[in-house]
Ligand binder design. Structure first.
Ligand SMILES: [Zn+2]
Length: 278
């Protein structure tokens, strides 16, 4: 009673006045099981998002290469190992993505050079042009280094698939040299900074179709290609599914701010937004 009066005096009314409901006892094992389930769920969702985004991005990057003054090379595939994941996520990565210490296909555009040459998901990379990939924690870095070094010529990938060793000859192709990045965040937003395009996961979850993603990526890529950002700082599209869609929905005045899209404090240049004639 004495303590309760003191607590009341300290204005902690709730603590004394209401009964406390005890939660159920949760064992460490049950808690760990729940953590594992949630990690696997999150990784599964993110993997599907990555796959969708980078497939669309690669196609936009390939299809517009003639218009891009800055160019790079790509085989339309990336590789990963279990060491690419934080220590606490490795068990989930093994379960969801089947990754191991050896580099295996992380993402693949079936219509890209590697896909067309026969590379498949789950393929493990053993060597590039006869040079074996390093073993252990450095395998991923080693694989990416060998692939990058061979990117400008043709490259023979030695692949392990279902216990069989296969050689695939792949010629990288030119793509736009303005990388696309899928970034964490619930914003319905994408941006171009003159060098790269950033696209938020929130925007990806909002997109109904791959075409909508492509439209926004193409729009942002155009800002980079046409050097709008160098001409006027940073350009940002906020609001629904992207500048071009919004501009069209607005009847062509190109003023995204009109519909209350939150532009934030980024310098936003409407002068560079498209003005459809309709
Ligand atoms: Zn724009």
């Amino acid at each position: 009673m004495e303590r309760c009066i003191v607590a009341l005096a300290a204005a902690s009314l709730l603590g004394c006045a209401t009964p406390v409901t005890e939660g159920p006892e949760v064992s460490i094992d049950a808690r760990n099981e729940e953590i594992r389930r949630q990690q696997e769920y999150v990784l599964g969702v993110r993997s599907a998002e990555d796959e969708r985004f980078y497939r669309v991005a690669h196609r936009i990057s390939s299809a517009n290469v003639e218009l891009c003054r800055r160019r790079g090379m790509s085989i339309g595939a990336t590789f990963e190992t279990i060491y690419d994941y934080a220590a606490q996520m490795r068990s989930a990565a093994k379960a969801v993505r089947g990754v191991s210490a050896s580099p295996q296909v992380a993402w693949l555009d079936e219509k890209g050079p590697a896909g067309a040459a026969g590379l498949r998901r789950g393929d493990v990379l053993l060597a590039v042009n006869g040079t074996p990939v390093a073993k252990g924690p450095k395998a991923g870095k080693s694989a990416r280094g060998l692939l990058a070094a061979a990117l400008h010529g043709s490259q023979r990938l030695t692949i392990l698939r279902n216990g069989e060793t296969i050689n695939l000859d792949i010629a990288g192709k030119q793509v736009c040299g303005y990388p696309f990045y899928l970034v964490d965040g619930s914003d319905l937003n994408a941006s171009a900074d003159g060098d790269v395009v950033r696209y938020y996961r929130g925007m990806l979850r909002f997109a109904q179709s791959d075409d909508e993603i492509a439209l926004v990526l193409g729009h942002e890529l155009a800002h980079n290609v046409m050097r709008h950002i160098q001409k006027s700082q940073i350009n940002r599209v906020a609001g629904a599914i992207g500048g071009a869609l919004l501009d069209a929905a607005l009847g062509g005045d190109g003023d995204l701010a009109e519909i209350g899209a939150s532009i934030g404090d980024a310098a936003f240049s409407q002068a560079f937004e498209p003005r459809p004639t309709m």
